[in-house]
Design a protein around this ligand. Structure first.
Ligand code: SF4
Length: 389
């Protein structure tokens, strides 16, 4: 069920072809984590195969001026979300009754829309951090373009997403400037990208692997696991743990947060915080909207107590998104894609978002620190009550 009316799959591929052919426009692209482990299925690769290098080469052949990565802005999202999590927990423990826990990750636009319609009494629960797609667009248009001397009217930001609801998210009016110029111009699905590659007669399988552009490209292992259920909250926990304790994690693999159970509650011990909370840090995870409703209803009624929640509208998270190659009901395909993301994370030298050197540089040069006034202006949003669905 798509709660955002995105099932018509607004197709912007023709607009993209025209923009790529327009020499007056600079066209940059970001690619979501889950795309790289599913795109290969359209070209005969096994589900879960990481085709990132070939995908980057194909995007350059299609004519994009710069090939960036949403995994980079997933790392940025964690900087803001982990800071907000710590800020809320600290204030709550100090007795501030205006502060709400649990905090809810809000990277999934279908879930956000569902929440706005069905839980208007809980709109202060989601993190105000924008999703990685929108953070990328906001930085590209408002920071990177300025640095590069590009007039943002001439910059087209395209996203390749596993998701149909991301098309809707990009068009939400709060993600545009006062002149109506959107941070992300439009979003193309994994299936649409595969179609474009085929139509352009690019021999995808024969492409040599290429590297992403910087500074909005390189990412840590924490950024890539955003694409599977449990990944956003695992990435946030890696950073929050180190910031709260001041210690280096011995293992970043929070396996208690992983798995494919539709609704799960896990506990993570955070020395220094456990004593103050009177319990371990409790995290709720749900994927699929029915499961999300089950978890939220238990929290609203007081039957379940958690400190943080991750919810994704699609089964398995974004690896199972509506814009991915069809899996014809075979959930094994989604499991393989999720395993592909975990394997990329495990192969990374840097696996914590706050260690990403390009993210550190962004804060040093432009934003100050997470949740600073400037970071809040560019990287945070708000939610609106909508009529019940
Ligand atoms: Fe989109 Fe599904 Fe991912 Fe939500 S879980 S962001 S709807 S692909």
């Amino acid at each position: 069920v798509c709660p955002v009316g995105a099932l018509h799959e607004a197709d912007h591929t023709w607009r993209l072809v025209k923009d790529l052919a327009n020499p007056a426009k600079k066209v940059v692209v970001q690619v979501a984590p889950a795309v790289r482990v599913a795109l290969g299925e359209e070209f005969g690769f096994e589900p879960g195969t990481n085709v990132e290098g070939k995908m980057i080469a194909a995007l350059r052949k299609l004519g994009f001026d710069m090939v960036f990565d949403t995994n980079w802005s997933a790392d940025l999202t964690i900087m803001e979300e982990a800071s907000e999590l710590i800020d809320r927990v600290t204030k709550k423990l100090a007795g501030d009754e205006d502060v709400k826990l649990p905090i809810l990750t809000s990277c999934c636009p279908a879930w956000v829309k569902f929440f706005e319609h069905n839980y208007p009494d809980m709109l202060d629960v989601p993190s105000t951090a924008k999703s990685p797609q929108q953070m990328f667009g906001a930085i590209a248009k408002n920071v990177w373009a300025k640095e590069e001397g590009i007039d943002k009217k001439d910059l087209i930001v395209v996203s390749i997403m596993p998701c149909l609801a991301k098309k809707y998210e990009a068009s939400r009016e709060e993600f545009a400037d006062k002149d109506g110029n959107p941070d992300v111009d439009y979003s193309i699905s994994t299936r649409e990208l595969a179609k474009l590659i085929k139509q352009a007669n690019i021999n995808f399988n024969g492409l040599d692997e290429e590297e992403v552009d910087n500074p909005l490209g390189s990412y840590t292992g924490a950024g890539v696991i955003f694409g599977r259920t449990g990944g956003v909250i695992e990435a946030a926990t890696r950073t929050a743990y180190e910031w709260i304790t001041g210690d280096t994690l011995e293992s970043v693999d929070f396996t208690v947060l992983r798995g494919m159970e539709s609704v799960r509650v896990a506990e993570v011990s955070i020395p220094g915080l456990d004593e103050k909370l009177g319990s371990k840090f409790r995290i709720g995870i749900a994927h699929g909207l029915g499961s999300a409703r089950e978890l939220l209803d238990k929290i609203r009624s007081g039957e379940e107590t958690v400190h943080a929640i991750e919810i994704m509208a699609c089964k398995g998270g974004c690896v199972g998104g509506g814009g991915q190659p069809y899996h014809h009901g075979d959930f094994g395909v989604i499991v393989k894609r999720a395993a592909g993301l975990t394997s990329i994370d495990e192969g990374k030298e840097l696996r914590k978002s706050h260690e990403n050197p390009y993210i550190k540089e962004l804060y040093e040069k432009h934003l100050g620190k997470p949740m600073s006034h400037k970071a809040h202006d560019i990287l945070h949003t708000e939610y609106f009550p909508k009529h019940k669905m």
